[in-house]
Ligand binder design. Structure first.
Ligand SMILES: [Zn+2]
Length: 161
């Protein structure tokens, strides 16, 4: 039986929970996620804990923020003048914008709006959280030449192109 190692294509179902047991995300029923192991397709903490496993196994992987979406960075919260959002009528907390800083495009989330400022947070929504993944491994196979060249899995659950 093929076990999960570098250059294997893996398909799995997952449920992601926070420390309080709230479900943050899950793979849709009957639509497992496919990824190429060893190519940073998924967060490092989960990838490490899948190593050596095989199809049919169910695991619970607890991932600390540093191995997940990073620690929460206070400096990633910025106060932006309201004038920078010209053309945007009604700015509300929860809205997301793309922001370009130093040639890098980041997704920022509006957390607060005052009369003259918009406070935005560039942290990933899951930054600073310890994550618990309940994973059911569906399939493990060797990746094709094309998949290795592209750095991702092709077909259902992966990249379809
Ligand atoms: Zn491709």
């Amino acid at each position: 039986m093929t076990t999960i190692a570098k250059d294997t294509a893996v398909k799995f179902n997952y449920t992601l929970k926070d420390d309080e047991g709230n479900i943050l995300d899950q793979s849709p029923e009957g639509q497992p996620l496919a990824y190429l192991h060893g190519h940073s397709n998924i967060i490092p903490g989960l990838e490490q804990q899948l190593e050596g496993r095989s199809a049919g196994e169910t695991i619970t992987a607890v991932v600390e923020p540093a191995d997940g979406y990073g620690e929460y960075q206070a400096q990633a919260v910025q106060h932006v003048p309201r004038d920078n959002f010209q053309g945007v009528e009604d700015i509300q907390p929860g809205m997301q914008f793309q922001s370009e800083a130093g040639g890098q495009v980041m997704l920022v989330t509006v957390t607060e709006v005052t009369d003259d400022e918009v406070i935005v947070d560039a942290n990933h929504p899951l930054a600073g959280k310890r994550l618990t993944f309940e994973v059911e491994i569906q399939e493990v196979r060797g990746a094709t030449e094309d998949e290795l060249n592209h750095g991702h899995v092709h077909g259902a659950g992966g990249v379809e192109h």
